[in-house]
Structures are given as C-alpha cells and as structure tokens.
Design a protein around this ligand. Structure first.
Ligand code: AMP
Ligand code: MG
Length: 320
C-alpha cells in the first residue's frame, strides 16, 4: 500500500559546507531514520569540496591549479560535468561567466590566496590577466582530461554550490524521498510536495528594507539561485566592490545589482546564470536573459527606492 501524504512530517536537516551552510527540509514518514540521510548529504557535499574547492590544498581543483604548464589531468566525472556546464554558460553569456578567474579572484582578495578583499597591485593584475580566459580550456578527445596550459587557475565557486544542491536532490530521490527542499548557501531546489500537499515555496531575495510586496516562488522540480553584491563586497574610497569579477575589465563589477535571481531546471545552471547576469548588469544582463528565455529578476536600490524587473519567463512562474 502506498504511504499517504498525511503520514509524513517535515524533517529539518543541516550542516556546513563550502564556507557556508546547507539545509534540507524533507517530507518523510515519521518513522524514517534521519541520521543516515543527514550523513549521506554531508558526505555528498564533502565530496564536492574534495574535488572543487580551491580552499582545500589537496582538492582536484587545487592540484590542477598548481600543475606545471603543458600537463594533462584526469578529472572525476562530477568535476567534468560542472566544467562542461561552466563552459556552456561561458559561451552562452559571451564570457561574462568565466570559470578561469581564480588568479583575479585571489588578487582582489575574495579567494583562498587573499584573506581580505583589497585593491590589488596593478602590475600583478596585468601579469595575471593573460592566464585567465575560458577559451584556454582544452579537454582531450575522450573529454576526461583537462590540459593545464600554464598559470590557469580554475574557480568553480559560482557554480559548485548549485551542483551540490542538484547532487543532494538526486541522492534523496534515489533514497526514496518523495518531497524535499534542498539549500546550499542560498541556492535552492525543490521537488515533490510538502506533507500538506503544497509545493515548497521560497521567498525571493529583495532589496533590504524595501517596502515591496514579497515575491514567493513555488519550486516544483526546479531551482532558484541568487547572486549579487549583498553578501560579499568591500568598500574603498566610497566605491563598492562586489565579489563578482567582470572578465572584460578584470575588476569587480561596479554598482552590481543588489540581487539577481534566476530560476532554472537545475541549481547548477541557475547558480552560474545568476553570476553571469550580475556581471552583465541590469541592462545587458536583462536583455540576454530575455533573449535566452531565462526566468530572471533583477532587484536594485535606485535613487527613488527599490526597483525590480523580471523577465516574462519569471513573471509566468509567479502567476502559477
Ligand atoms: P556567486 O556567488 O555564485 O555569484 O559566485 C561568486 C564567486 O564566483 C566569487 O567569489 C568568485 O570566486 C567566482 N567568480 C567571480 N566572478 C566570476 C565570473 N565572472 N564567472 C565565474 N565565477 C566568478
Ligand atoms: Mg553563482
């Protein structure tokens, strides 16, 4: 006999990963043992860190980043899947999303090589820039080995959280869970229903203190990611520097939109696109999102208060 939804309750699990926190809400029978589920989620996220965190000296990404010029590196399947998606979105965003900015991220103090955001030495920036650029990425014919052309430093931080969310959601389905809301550092994916039969709903980031009506999204088998300068930034001489780097200038995006929210079928793409659109900004980013049929919303603090603008695909989601 099938389990009736009424027999389920919400279980709330959480932990730490990728320099932030994870949280998973599950719709499960009250009798379900939660410890194995919790440990499975933590293990999955630890595996993503062990492959893709530049903060871990022994991760696959750190070893690749340190490798000598002209060497080839076999990478695990999860890493390759993230890299392929990163390259796809780099191409689709005309390079606004770029997974090869590790050296610049460090110089601006947002990465493991620089503990505090700061203004870098211009000569160091000039020296680092030629080593960046997603077009320098080269996979072998089998698509499993990546070449280190020399000095290239991968940074998958704008996409790996989303990948982690997708991987955890897939594991939970595999474990027979029929409804869950998975979150890593603000990137979310929902599937199935809550015990009361409702969709999982999330409140979309708005500009702080804005007196806008809250924007609530149902997450029915899709994901939402938010990027922008609200969480990580620094100020110098009255200018705000965001942790999103514009690959065209090699510098942090000036006046980044306060929050760019993207809804997509998977969290990995939502994560990468929200970064790309933050880099492109509310004009060019909005136009690109509309052209690609992306569901995106830009929230910004203007002189007359908070302004938000959503693409038609995003508006349709709200109407559901
Ligand atoms: P997110 O919060 O998802 O936008 O990711 C921001 C992080 O991604 C930064 O802290 C950097 O490590 C990295 N990053 C910065 N700019 C870019 C970019 N243009 N493309 C890809 N990754 C970036
Ligand atoms: Mg991102």
């Amino acid at each position: 006999m099938q389990e009736r939804p009424a027999a389920n309750a919400i279980a709330d699990l959480g932990g730490e990963t990728m320099g932030t926190t994870w949280r998973v809400r599950l719709s499960v029978p009250r009798t379900r043992a939660l410890r194995p589920l919790h440990d499975g989620i933590q293990e999955r996220l630890d595996a993503v860190v062990a492959q893709m965190s530049p903060w871990e000296p022994d991760s696959d990404i750190s070893r690749y980043n340190r490798a000598a010029a002209d060497t080839w590196h076999a990478l695990p399947p999860e890493f390759l899947a993230v890299l392929q998606a990163a390259i796809e979105i780099a191409a689709a965003s005309d390079g606004a999303f770029d997974p090869t900015l590790g050296a610049l991220v460090d110089l601006w103090g947002f990465g493991p090589g620089g503990a505090h955001p700061r203004l870098p030495d211009p000569a160091a920036l000039d020296a680092a820039r030629p080593h960046c650029g997603w077009r320098r990425l080269e996979l072998d014919a089998s698509g499993t080995r990546l070449r280190q052309p020399g000095g290239l430093r991968l940074d998958l931080s704008a996409i790996a959280k989303g990948f982690g969310v997708d991987a955890v959601a897939a594991d939970l389905r595999e474990a027979g869970i029929d409804g869950a809301l998975v979150e890593v550092g603000g990137e979310l994916r929902g599937f199935g229903r809550r015990p009361d039969g409702e969709y999982w709903r999330v409140l979309v980031e708005a500009v702080a203190d804005a007196d806008e009506a809250p924007c609530v999204l149902p997450l029915d088998g899709c994901a939402v990611a938010t990027s922008g300068d609200r969480w990580h930034r620094f100020e110098h001489d009255g200018r705000r520097y965001s942790h999103s780097i514009d690959p065209r200038s090699g510098a942090p995006v000036a006046d980044a939109a306060a929050a760019v929210t993207v809804v997509a079928g998977d969290a990995m793409r939502a994560d990468a696109w929200s970064t790309a659109l933050t880099v492109l900004g509310p004009e060019d980013g909005f136009a690109l999102a509309a052209r690609h049929g992306l569901a995106a919303r830009f929230a910004q603090r203007g002189s007359g208060g908070a302004i938000s603008r959503a693409t038609p695909a995003f508006e349709r989601l709200l109407a559901e």
